[in-house]
Design a protein around this ligand. Structure first.
Ligand code: AP5
Ligand code: ZN
Length: 215
């Protein structure tokens, strides 16, 4: 299956993607995680992305599209993938369509996670992520690690993302509404969108998402 996951910052895309990718046996491809890995490795791409991310703005398309395309062309993605955080504007959605078309492939679904803004703010304020692997995501109250500040999965140190400050979150939400939400209409026109409420416990949301994708 080839799936795009869309939803506001803090909706739980990364959290759900980890379970959905495992259930569907496809790789979880998060452009945010790819950028953070590049930043922690000090690559040129990471240096280019950091200032945009810290400001809550989108990293320019010419950097993002090439990185996403390279990842989608890895051998583990030939039979499908779950995209998390890409595409994030209509130009990226068009670029993705062109990549898929060139390979004779199509998307199967766009899963839209709906969460009210006050809940998103609470989720982001309490989020802690692992220094060793930013796919290991916790929340100080909703999904607390067994030992405070320590990753349950790998023992890494947990920290708060630089772009999770109140001011940057406000900007990220604005960018979501103005630049990312239009892709939902773009995909509606292709009859691909399934919308679910992402309120409730993590496993309840996963169950709802799996049921929606099977339809
Ligand atoms: P990215 O990393 O993609 O961030 P985002 O879209 O803002 O999404 P988040 O990671 O904040 O949230 P999430 O929905 O994954 O929620 P999570 O599962 O962590 O992008 C960061 C930046 O990179 C962008 O601002 C941009 O600069 C750049 N970028 C990335 N992709 C780009 C692109 N394509 N083009 C250009 N720039 C790009 O959950 C949040 C918290 O809630 C966690 O603490 C979690 O434990 C908790 N939680 C999850 N589910 C539940 C639940 N059901 N109940 C209670 N708590 C829950
Ligand atoms: Zn970890």
């Amino acid at each position: 299956m080839r799936i795009v996951l869309v939803g506001p910052p803090g909706a739980g895309k990364g959290t759900q993607a980890a379970f959905l990718a495992k259930n569907l046996d496809i790789p979880h491809i998060s452009t945010g995680d790819l950028f953070r890995a590049n930043i922690s490795q000090g690559t040129e791409l990471g240096l280019k992305a950091k200032a945009f991310m810290d400001a809550g703005d989108l990293v320019p398309d010419e950097v993002t599209i090439g990185m996403a395309k390279d990842r989608m062309e890895q051998p583990d993605a030939v039979n499908g993938f779950l995209l998390d955080g890409f595409p994030r504007n209509v130009a990226q959605a068009e670029a993705l369509d062109a990549v898929l078309k060139a390979e004779g492939m199509e998307l199967d679904a766009v899963l839209d996670l709906e969460v009210p803004e006050d809940e998103v703010v609470k989720r982001i304020a309490g989020r802690r992520i692992c220094r060793k692997d930013s796919a290991h995501v916790f929340h100080v109250t909703y999904n607390a690690p067994k030992t405070e500040g320590v990753c349950d999965v790998c023992g890494g140190e947990l920290y708060q993302r630089d772009d999770d400050s109140e001011e940057t979150v406000r900007r990220r939400l604005e960018v979501y509404h103005t630049q990312t939400e239009p892709i939902i209409d773009y995909y509606r026109a292709q009859n691909l969108v399934v919308t679910i409420s992402a309120l409730g416990k993590v496993d309840e949301v996963t169950a709802k998402a799996m049921a929606a994708l099977k339809k």
